[in-house]
Ligand binder design. Structure first.
Ligand SMILES: NC(=O)c1ccc[n+]([C@@H]2O[C@H](COP(=O)([O-])OP(=O)(O)OC[C@H]3O[C@@H](n4cnc5c(N)ncnc54)[C@H](O)[C@@H]3O)[C@@H](O)[C@H]2O)c1
Length: 479
C-alpha cells in the first residue's frame, strides 16, 4: 500500500474528445510533425489553479508521440520516457513507483504486472486498441484506462480513396510490371471514378468521412448501416446490405468486429455484387471471407480488391505473409489487381500526433479533475471544473464496488458538509462518485478522507483540493 501526498488543482474542463481531430492541420508531407506550443496550449487555455504536479510520476513507454509527451511535461509532472517496451520483470520494477503509465500496443499490462502497480491510478493506451491491458483487473483495482479510438479515421478514409482510384486504373499491376521492366499501356477495363457508385458498409467515423471525400471526387455514395443515420452531402442510406451490393461499383467495409459482422461478405454477398465491381476492406480481417473473395476474383466477378486487414496478422514486420499465417495467403498474392497492405490504414504521422494529444489530454483531465469521459473500463463521469472563485472547495472522487448501500454510507459521511455538486455512475462491478464540497478546511478534508478510506467498499478514494496549501490527496488501492 503506498501513498502520495500532494495538492490537486482543478482546471477548466478540457475540450471534448474531438479536439484531436482539429489538430490534424494539413502540412507538408515531408515536414516533421510536432505539436506547436500554441496548439497544445489552446487545449488548456488558463491555469486557474496552482497544482503540485511535481509529485505525479509518469512512465511513457514505446516511443509515445512527442505531442503527448509535451502536454504531460507542461503540466509539471515527472515524466520518464523510454523508446521501447520493457521485459515483464523490468516493467514490474518500474511500474511500482508510477501514478500514470503510457503505453502502445506492445506492452502487456497483465494482472500479474498490475498487481505490483500499487500507486497506479490511470493507464493511457496511446493507440486504438486496449487488448494489451487487463481492463477488468484494472477497473476492479480502481485504475482507469484511456485510449484514442478514432484519431486515425481520416487516415483510413484517405487510404480508401487512394485505393478506389488505384483499383479503377489497375495501378498496382502496371507498377509491378514496370518494376519488372515491362511496358504495358492499356485502357481496357480502366475507369474514371467520377459518376461511379461507392457503397459504404458502416457509416461511422471512417465511413462518413469517406462519404464526403468520395462525393467531392464526383462519386455517388450509398451506405448501409444498422443504425438510421443522417446522410452527409447527397449520400443515401439504403435499407439493406443486398441493396447496397446490388447497386455499388465499389463496396467498402467500415464496420466493427462483431459476431454479426463475421464473414459478412461471403459467397452469397459476392454473388449479389455487380459483375466487374471492386471490394475494399480496411475494417477488420474477420469481416470478409477471403477464400470466397479469391473465388470471386478468379471467376472475374470482381475486377479488383484491396485488403488492409487479415484474420491473422503477424506481431512484427518481416516475411510473414505466407500460408503458415493464413492458409490462403499465397493464393491471394497470386491474383491480379489486388492491393494488399499491412494494416496501415491508420498509420500516419498525423494520426500518431492526434493520438498523442487525445490520450495525454484524457490523462491530464483524469489526474487533475477526476473526469472519466472516454475511459474504456470505468463509468463516464464529469463535473464542471472548480475555479479560483471557489477557493475552499474540495473535489471528492470515490471509486468503489458497485454494491447496494454504498451511497447511503458515503452520503452519511458527505452529508455533514455542503455538497455543491455530485454525480455517480456505475459500470459492471465498479462505481464512481464525484462530489464538490464547499467551505471545507484542512482538518475536515483529512477526516473526510479517512472516513471514506475506512469504508469496506472502497476501491480508491481521491480528494482533489484546489490550493497549493491544501495537502491531502492520497492514492490507495484496496487491499
Ligand atoms: N485499417 C486500419 O488501420 C483501421 C484503422 C481504424 C479503424 N479501423 C477499423 O475500421 C472499422 C470502422 O471504424 P470506425 O471508427 O468508423 O467505427 P465506428 O464505430 O465509428 O463506425 C462503425 C459503424 O458500423 C455500423 N455497424 C455496426 N454493425 C454493423 C452491421 N452489422 N452492418 C452495418 N453497419 C454496422 C455502426 O452502426 C457504425 O455506424 C472498425 O472495424 C475499426 O476497427 C481500421
Amino acid at each position: 500500500m503506498a501513498s502520495a501526498a500532494r495538492d490537486i488543482a482543478s482546471r477548466p474542463r478540457g475540450p471534448s474528445r474531438t479536439v484531436s481531430h482539429s489538430l490534424c492541420s494539413s502540412s507538408s508531407p515531408t515536414s516533421t510533425f510536432h505539436a506547436s506550443p500554441s496548439s497544445s496550449r489552446s487545449a488548456f487555455p488558463k491555469q486557474l489553479k496552482p497544482f503540485a504536479t511535481e509529485d505525479i510520476r509518469i512512465l511513457l513507454l514505446e516511443n509515445v508521440n512527442q505531442t503527448g509527451r509535451d502536454i504531460l511535461a507542461r503540466q509539471g509532472y515527472q515524466v520518464e520516457f523510454l523508446k521501447s517496451s520493457l521485459p515483464e520483470e523490468q516493467l514490474i520494477e518500474k511500474i511500482r513507483d508510477v501514478h500514470v503509465i503510457g503505453i502502445r500496443s506492445k506492452t502487456k499490462l497483465t494482472a500479474r504486472v498490475l498487481r505490483e502497480a500499487k500507486n497506479l491510478i490511470v493507464i493511457g493506451c496511446f493507440c486504438i486498441g486496449t487488448n494489451q491491458v487487463d481492463l477488468d483487473y484494472a477497473a476492479k483495482h480502481g485504475v482507469a484506462v484511456f485510449n484514442s479510438p478514432f484519431s486515425n479515421s481520416r487516415s483510413v478514409a484517405e487510404l480508401v480513396i487512394g485505393e478506389i482510384i488505384a483499383l479503377a486504373r489497375q495501378l498496382g499491376d502496371r507498377s509491378n510490371e514496370m518494376h519488372r521492366g515491362t511496358w504495358n499501356k492499356v485502357s481496357n477495363k480502366c475507369w474514371e471514378i467520377r459518376g461511379k457508385v461507392l457503397g459504404i458498409i458502416g457509416y461511422g467515423h471512417i465511413g462518413s468521412q469517406l462519404s464526403v471525400l468520395a462525393e467531392s471526387m464526383g462519386m455517388q455514395v450509398i451506405f448501409y448501416d444498422v443504425v438510421n443515420l443522417m446522410a452527409l452531402g447527397t449520400a443515401k442510406q439504403v435499407p439493406s446490405l443486398a441493396d447496397l451490393l446490388h447497386d455499388a461499383d465499389f463496396v467498402t467495409c467500415h464496420v466493427p468486429e462483431l459476431p454479426e459482422t463475421n464473414n459478412m461478405i461471403g459467397p452469397e454477398e459476392f454473388e449479389q455484387m455487380k459483375n466487374g465491381s471492386y471490394l475494399i476492406n480496411a475494417s477488420r480481417g474477420s469481416v470478409v471471407d477471403i477464400p470466397a473473395l479469391i473465388d470471386a476474383m478468379r471467376t472475374g466477378k470482381l475486377a479488383g480488391a484491396a485488403l488492409d486487414v487479415y484474420p491473422s496478422e503477424p506481431a512484427g514486420n518481416g516475411d510473414y505473409f505466407v500460408n503458415d499465417l493464413n492458409s490462403w495467403a499465397e493464393g491471394l498474392r497470386s491474383l491480379n489487381n489486388i492491393i494488399l497492405t499491412p494494416h496501415i490504414g491508420g498509420s500516419t504521422e498525423e494520426a500518431q500526433r492526434a493520438i498523442g494529444v487525445e490520450v495525454a489530454e484524457s490523462l491530464v483531465r483524469y489526474v487533475n479533475e477526476g473526469t472519466t469521459i472516454g475511459a474504456v473500463n470505468f463509468p463516464e463521469v464529469t463535473l464542471r471544473s472548480l475555479t479560483l472563485d471557489e477557493p475552499n472547495h474540495v473535489r471528492v472522487i470515490f471509486i468503489h464496488h458497485n454494491v447496494p448501500g454504498v451511497l447511503r454510507k458515503v452520503n452519511a459521511i458527505l452529508g455533514d458538509h455542503n455538497v455543491d455538486k455530485q454525480m455517480t455512475d456505475s459500470r459492471g462491478e465498479v462505481a464512481y462518485l464525484m462530489a464538490d464540497i464547499s467551505n471545507v478546511n484542512q482538518s475536515e478534508i483529512k477526516d473526510l478522507f479517512e472516513s471514506l478510506e475506512a469504508l469496506s467498499c472502497t476501491l480508491r478514494e481521491l480528494l482533489r483540493v484546489p490550493r497549493t496549501t491544501a495537502l491531502l490527496t492520497k492514492y490507495k488501492l484496496a487491499s
